[in-house]
Design a protein around this ligand. Structure first.
Ligand code: GLA
Length: 783
């Protein structure tokens, strides 16, 4: 809902979602003054909410001689320029047509659009439901004929408001943009922490809290992608906020390139939030009549802590970002052959893996890297998308038919934005690669980046990938991108300051041209894992491979971090072999599944080496996942505070509250630990619920030498007999059953005690290091 009212001839704009309100007004000199962002207000007094201006603060710049109290530095603003008295971080640094950097954008008029106002080059959120409106506000720099249009779109149900701007030059002289943010807002400080999600390869999106002090906290990427260093999404949380209470604001950007987000605390205790394209190496010239549009930024607020904030974002992404045939659709359980084979495979090996996977309940077979050109390691072949006949003698079409016969869909890996110097593509078209004449190129994973600013390169990628997709029956694509950009330069550009942004526009153009006409294909984006997990790519790819780290203990951190910003329906999560390739850690098969089922489940292992009893376990895991898939992928997800450093708990609630599933994970065992509490949130306190552990196996080898205490005869724990028994037989892991209702659910249920070395019976929980359980909570009425 958008209301516009007038008080003392000032226009006041109120944007309302289901539970939030956002208010700003036009000041007497035409600036946009931010007034309020928080819980929806029912009755309010505007003057009470406004900051007072009753004194002049020494050394401040007075905007107008008739009004000594009007100093821009003191205002909470919706936008600000440079050189008119506001010395905070400016959302725009523009070399204006008069040659100066001074800009002052003044309100001219506004209009309201039904739905969203889409962009023709950049991905944006879309309408998806009725009741969505966009407020367009036109501002002008009176001295230079430069216009700035601000867009605010209100997504009522998701409690999200999006913002972006378009800058237009009407002046006969050109202007140069050095920085243009998508949004700017000044919020009153509440002892905020800024929370960012940072990391690197195999350790993406770890949460970091930065208390705000005077000055600026910056969250940015300069790698050419949204990056695994700093995800573009970040939060602002009041000092008393926790998972279920307190004021939390969330911000994110629908963009896959270099981004910057910052929170700057001023001496007036205002926090300026800006978010947009990173000005790093950015420069864009606008001649008369030309415009530049920024990506769309999104913001949300919740008074119910981090979970409330993330549930808003989850709802928004599932309804206004993910589009096409895969919107709201359950994702298939897949097997990916990468960790099983790397580059060493042939059709026989692949089909054997496929047959085994099918028997376990897998629905989609994904052939990863190594199927094309001379791609037998990562030194050669990228760019040459012709099938390697030594590995697949009858080609992809034949292979896809064989899979179809087995009852499996076929998915294929590509890395289309890249080229190896050792490839036919590079030998024939060295000019397609991003290189800088006169400077030696730096490689990443033995490869160069293709120049997506060049239309010929884009055509090459569109044609070669499309041909493959049309040749075989492909229903899934994994689109990889395995290095950062260096020596950024394109001979196609006059102004190299455009490079990074044009690269991303080129990427969006390619994705639109390949996948627009093929909406049945499920696209999973990947960039060495989560090097480009962002809302821009989610507009094309409904799921993203979160990390090359498949160790579930690491994934607890990675997925927890991602879950603040993105729903589980977008997070690719695989069960892999032990010891894990990234950490050499041994984790139980149950925990590998119990973590991966919170997301889009896959298996990435050589099934040949599974024992019969492990196969049984996996078959049951997949059946269980299918039964609860909708709850895992689309249920209401919460991170539950366990009060213990060695425990993580996640929960997914079915939409009608009739059931929930919760995962309880122990990262490290502690001797003689105090009892664990299992809390279930969001269920109906008037109903009674049945809480049962998902049955899982306890493999005998886990007991090592202890096994002699539970066997009637003494056997060598490393001997042949026990090794054989371990392949065919496992103990049932502790079976728990609780019946509770009312407030007990949220207060918590004390779980059975854990094994403490002195006693064991079938009710003893045996978690050890990295142990976990899934609990299914079902309403008794339903049974
Ligand atoms: C990247 C991806 C992996 C795998 C390899 C193949 O590292 O993140 O999942 O596809 O490339 O080379």
């Amino acid at each position: 809902m958008i209301h516009i009212s007038s008080e003392d001839s000032r226009d006041i704009f109120t944007l309302e979602t289901k539970s939030t309100g956002y208010v700003f007004q036009v000041t007497k000199y035409g600036h946009l003054e931010h007034i309020y962002y928080g819980s929806k207000l029912t009755h309010y007094d505007l003057d009470g909410l406004c900051r007072k201006r009753k004194v002049v603060i020494g050394s401040s710049i007075v905007y107008h001689p008739d009004d000594p109290l009007y100093c821009l530095d003191m205002f909470p603003l919706e936008w600000s320029g440079i050189g008119r008295g506001d010395y905070r971080f400016s959302p725009a640094e523009i070399k204006m047509p008069d040659g100066s950097f001074v800009s002052d954008f003044i309100y001219k008029n506004h209009k309201i659009h039904e739905g969203c106002v889409p962009s023709d080059k950049l991905p944006t959120a879309y309408k998806g439901e009725s009741g969505i409106k966009t407020l367009e506000i036109l501002l002008e720099d009176n001295c230079t004929q430069v216009e700035l249009t601000l867009f605010y779109t209100v997504f009522e149900e998701s409690n999200v408001i999006s913002r972006r701007v378009i800058l237009t030059n009407h002046n006969p002289s050109p202007l140069t943009i050095r920085r243009l943010m998508s949004m700017c807002v000044d919020l009153p400080n509440q002892n905020f922490r800024m929370i960012t999600f940072d990391g690197g390869w195999i350790k993406e999106t770890h949460r970091h809290d930065h208390p705000l002090r005077h000055g600026m906290v910056v969250n940015s990427s300069t790698t050419g992608g949204s990056s695994n260093r700093h995800n573009p999404g970040f939060l602002l949380a009041s000092s008393d906020s926790s998972e279920n209470q307190g004021d939390v604001y969330g911000f994110n950007l629908i963009y896959s390139g270099n981004h910057i987000g910052c929170a700057q605390l001023s001496d007036r205790q205002l926090v300026r939030i800006c978010l947009g394209i990173n000005p790093h190496c950015f420069e864009w010239t606008l001649r008369q009549g030309e415009s530049f549009e920024t990506p769309e930024a999104v913001m949300t607020y919740s008074a119910s802590g981090f979970n409330g904030m993330s549930q808003n974002f989850h709802n928004f992404i599932n309804h206004h970002i993910i589009r096409g045939e895969w919107k709201g659709k359950e994702r298939p359980v897949l097997i990916n052959n990468w960790e099983a084979h790397f580059f060493k495979f042939n059709q026989r090996k692949l089909l054997r893996l496929a047959r085994r996977a099918k028997k376990l309940g897998v629905e989609l077979f994904v052939l990863d890297d190594g199927w094309f050109g001379k791609r037998n390691n990562d030194h050669a072949g990228l760019g040459d998308y012709t099938v390697n006949r030594k590995k697949l003698p009858q080609g992809l079409n034949h292979f896809s038919k064989r899979l179809k016969k087995l009852g499996l869909a076929f998915g294929l890996w590509f890395e289309p934005e890249m080229v190896n110097p050792d490839s036919d593509l590079f030998r024939n078209h060295p000019e397609y690669a991003v290189t800088l004449p006169g400077r030696e190129s730096t490689l990443g994973r033995n490869q160069l980046v293709l120049d997506l600013c060049n239309p010929k390169v884009r055509d090459y990628i569109v044609t070669s990938v499309s041909q493959i997709l049309d040749d075989a029956d492909i229903s899934y694509v994994k689109w990889d991108m395995n290095r950062h950009i260096s020596e950024a330069f394109s001979p196609c550009l006059e102004n190299q300051g455009e490079f990074f942004h044009r690269y991303i526009l080129g990427l969006y153009d390619i994705l639109t041209r390949i996948f627009g006409p093929r909406p049945h294909i499920l696209l999973e984006s990947c960039s060495s894992g989560g090097n480009r997990f962002d809302l821009g790519l989610l507009c094309y790819s409904p799921q993203i491979w979160a990390s090359d780290d498949t160790d579930p203990v690491e994934r607890l951190n990675i997925v927890s971090g991602l879950s603040y910003l993105y729903p589980l329906s977008t997070i690719g999560a695989h069960v892999s072999e032990v010891p894990h390739q990234q950490t050499l850690r041994e984790t139980p098969l149950s925990t590998r599944f119990n973590v991966s089922c919170f997301g889009c489940l896959g298996y990435e292992m050589d099934l040949k080496y599974l024992s019969p009893v492990e196969k049984k376990e996996i078959k049951e895991q997949i059946a269980f996942y299918k039964q609860h898939r909708k709850t895992f992928q689309y249920g209401t997800f919460s991170r539950i505070e366990t009060g213990k450093a060695n425990k993580v708990q996640w929960q997914c609630l079915y939409h009608d509250k009739s059931k929930a599933v919760t995962g309880f994970f122990q990262t490290q065992s502690i001797a003689s630990e105090a009892p664990d509490l299992l809390r279930i949130i969001g269920l109906d306190p008037l109903r009674r619920y049945d809480i049962r552990t998902k049955p899982q196996r306890l493999f005998i080898k886990r007991f090592g030498g202890l096994v002699k205490h539970i066997l009637p005869i003494e056997l060598n724990p490393n001997g042949l007999i026990l090794r054989l028994v371990n392949r065919h037989y496992a103990l049932p892991d502790c079976v728990e059953h609780y019946r509770v209702g009312g407030d007990t659910l949220e207060k918590g249920i004390f779980l059975n005690d854990q094994f403490m070395g002195s006693y064991y019976n079938p009710q003893t929980r045996l978690l050890g290091d990295f142990g976990s359980n899934l609990y299914v909570i079902e309403s008794e009425v339903q049974q």
